[in-house]
Design a protein around this ligand. Structure first.
Ligand code: GLY
Length: 361
């Protein structure tokens, strides 16, 4: 299949998301055209040993900086170490280029590094996980975590290009791959019937990582995200915030059961909960909710809230949510497939019962 390019149209911050298998030639061409004064790759201990050498050769990067794999690296400690290493190498100036080679953690960390070095230098996202390809590498959100919460220190800083090379997905662990499908299904619920039908028709091929289907699906997700980002780049109108469908309960689950669920697995459960809420309070046709839940099921993704998550604990975690106003939290809901909006909901027992899928006395 041919390489496809999806433009993200943001005026002078516009860039292409390039999607295909084996994109080293495209990366080389891009680096040659950029003519940076120096360039360096940021990667992690999982991805670096597999892919850093070939990417370094292709883009002729001066250095490879490697952080330990895992979410713990997305913090001030590793960021400080990266600043030290970059300045020690004495090669950075306003025309240097950063390549973020890895999953969402590396993309967010290296993106934030680029956003803050010398008040902002250009960077390229080279996502190696399916989740990063369909979501975090596109749209310019960069951040590190703080003890007070995830992504609390960050900046909007658009990449100069994104290269989604399907070749990298061959080495992605199965659980991680399937978990990313949850974000794809969430995107389909937000975008409408076309992507839903494509996923339903190609579910088996997608589960088998068949390259043509993957490319088509990644392209559709990126096109949708590019459109949302172009409409609401820095999340002011509420349009971009609809991408968080299912994420409130997902956050509850990830907080209540640290390390037990991958993000996508929690998003599958959270999206099903948001659709229950949509049926109850936003007039969503129940058949739409059933259709989306069935699609999660085809990939073996559970949509059932863990039994030992008590309503009181869920409400307590939502009460601590920084986006809450008083006892009210805004939930992303669908009124129909592809039609999303925000619904303010009081944090009470009735809400918890709907979200958890349990009856309320
Ligand atoms: N992942 C949600 C966003 O980029 O806005």
């Amino acid at each position: 299949m041919e390489v496809t390019r999806v433009p993200v149209s943001l005026g002078e911050r516009s860039y292409d998301v390039v999607i295909g298998e084996r994109l080293l030639g495209e990366m080389r061409e891009f680096a040659e055209a950029e003519k940076p004064t120096s360039s360096f790759i940021v990667t992690d201990t999982n991805v670096g040993p597999l892919h850093a050498d070939v990417v370094q050769n292709a883009v002729v990067a001066n250095e490879v900086f490697t952080v330990p794999a895992g979410e713990n690296s997305k913090g001030i400690e590793q960021l400080a170490r990266l600043y030290d290493e970059v300045f020690a190498a004495r090669q950075v100036d306003r025309h240097s280029l950063v390549f973020a080679l890895g999953g969402g953690m590396v993309g967010d960390l290296a993106g934030y590094l680029a956003a803050t070095l010398l008040r902002g230098i250009r960077y390229v996202q080279v996502p190696t996980s399916l989740l990063a390809m369909v979501d975090s590498s596109v749209g310019g959100k960069t951040a590190i975590n703080h003890a007070a919460g995830k992504n609390l220190i960050g900046a909007f800083h658009q990449p100069a290009a994104v290269f989604c090379d399907l070749h990298f997905l061959k080495t992605l662990p199965e659980r991680e791959y399937v978990s990313a499908i949850a974000e794809i299904i969430k995107t389909a619920a937000l975008s409408g019937d076309e992507l839903m039908s494509l996923l339903e028709a190609s579910a088996d091929k997608l589960a088998a990582r068949e390259v043509d289907s993957l490319q088509r699906v990644i392209e559709a997700c990126v096109r949708f995200k590019a459109q949302v980002v172009a409409e609401d780049e820095v999340e002011v109108t509420g349009r971009r915030a609809t991408l968080n469908l299912g994420h409130t309960l997902a956050h509850v689950i990830e907080t209540a059961f640290p390390e037990r669920y991958l993000h996508g697995e929690a998003v599958a459960i959270g999206t099903a909960a948001a659709l229950r809420l949509s049926v109850e309070r936003a007039k969503l046709d129940p058949e739409v909710a059933t259709r989306v839940v069935a699609l999660f099921g085809r990939f073996g993704l559970s949509t059932v809230v863990p039994e030992n998550l008590e309503a009181a604990r869920a409400l307590e975690i939502m009460e601590a949510d920084k986006k809450r106003t008083g006892h009210v939290l805004r939930f992303v809901v669908l009124s129909e497939l592809g039609e999303a909006g925000a619904l303010p909901c009081r944090l009470d027992d009735a809400l918890a019962a709907t979200l958890l899928g349990r009856s309320h006395a």
